[in-house]
Design a protein around this ligand. Sequence first.
Ligand code: SF4
Length: 420
Amino acid sequence: MKYLDEFSDPVLAERLFDDIRAHTTRSWAMMEVCGGQTHSIIRHGIDQLLPEGVEMIHGPGCPVCVTPLEIIDKALEIAARPDVIFCSFGDMLRVPGSGRDLFQVKSDGGDIRVVYSPLDALRIARENPGREVVFFGIGFETTAPPNAMTVYQARKLGIENFSLLVSHVRVPPAIDAIMNSPDCRVQAFLAAGHVCTVMGTAEYPELAERHRVPIVVTGFEPLDILEGIRRTVRQLEAGEHRVENAYPRAVQSDGSPAARAMLADVFEVTDRSWRGIGMIPASGWRLSPKYRDYDAEYRFSVRDIDTVESTVCRSGEVLQGLIKPHECAAFGTTCTPRNPLGATMVSSEGACAAYYLYRRLDAPRTAPAAAAQPPRAANGSGGGSSGGGAGGSGTGHRNGARRAGTTAPARNTREVNSVD
Ligand code: SF4
């Protein structure tokens, strides 16, 4: 496919791998923020082909995964009301709440409809003036603008039976929270390219400077990711911590001014809880006072809900990069895409689903090499090539992996992921 296959070229991929190997002298741990990047890395085996000691830590950039349990439970309560048509993207329907999921509410008679755009929900509202229509608006800076625009349209058209259940989150405060964690071993970030397509890059230099971490804006195809890793390794090896744009075909430094203007009009920044992580100050959006009438939480008075989180699921640790999915005891046994115990197994962007789908079924035989490395305060100052366990010249492939992962992925044959 033109404009896509070019970014999976195995010859170019091998050159990028060669460059990364040639310039890696020690262990580095970097986090890809976005779940889409995680899936691409796992699908193409990129992490297995990196030099020994270069570790990809999977970040919290899956919107379905980080939607807090309280919001899921509120969605369940609203969706069960007989006067409500509840509209959502499909991957939210199987996310477990405290007791059930939206599929179960639907099977119990709830009018829940899968839509492909928030404007579909607005159309349904126009067609059903006697019903309340609620759209489940979740996601990062990427999905927030169309949801904001839909509320703007609803107000402009005088459609009063439409509302938005909002759970929008912002990436930069999450990066800040990850770096402030005492357990953090992330030394660099591959920032999510599509988020920067909307927001630009202005929020990142201060973060890079304060935490002394390279932040490289990165796309989603194999060559995009390898270029992001290549630039990140170069900075780490040089002791630098700059913001770089490795996705210039989509990202401008000022993002999309029109989308940001829409966000500023309809939303306001608020503190948000992230599932498995907790409250992160200023990490989300809610409807601004001007649009408060369209806020489903206010309209349906579902503000206080007691939640019951799974005692088995370790998705919080997965989302913070503290464990890999297959280190969870439930992974692939009691927790599968067909019977998910946590959102990271439900979502098409979840790390647990990626590991299951692409046959990463076994826990690592050895602890990650990066676990033995010096703390990140030594970033760039430890110097030289003596850092822990970089695998000598750093030219080795991991786990017997051989070539750039641009062939068809090996899917898990035990079960096909039914999440769309
Ligand atoms: S494998 Fe399942 S139970 Fe374990 S962390 Fe992932 S979603 Fe949770």
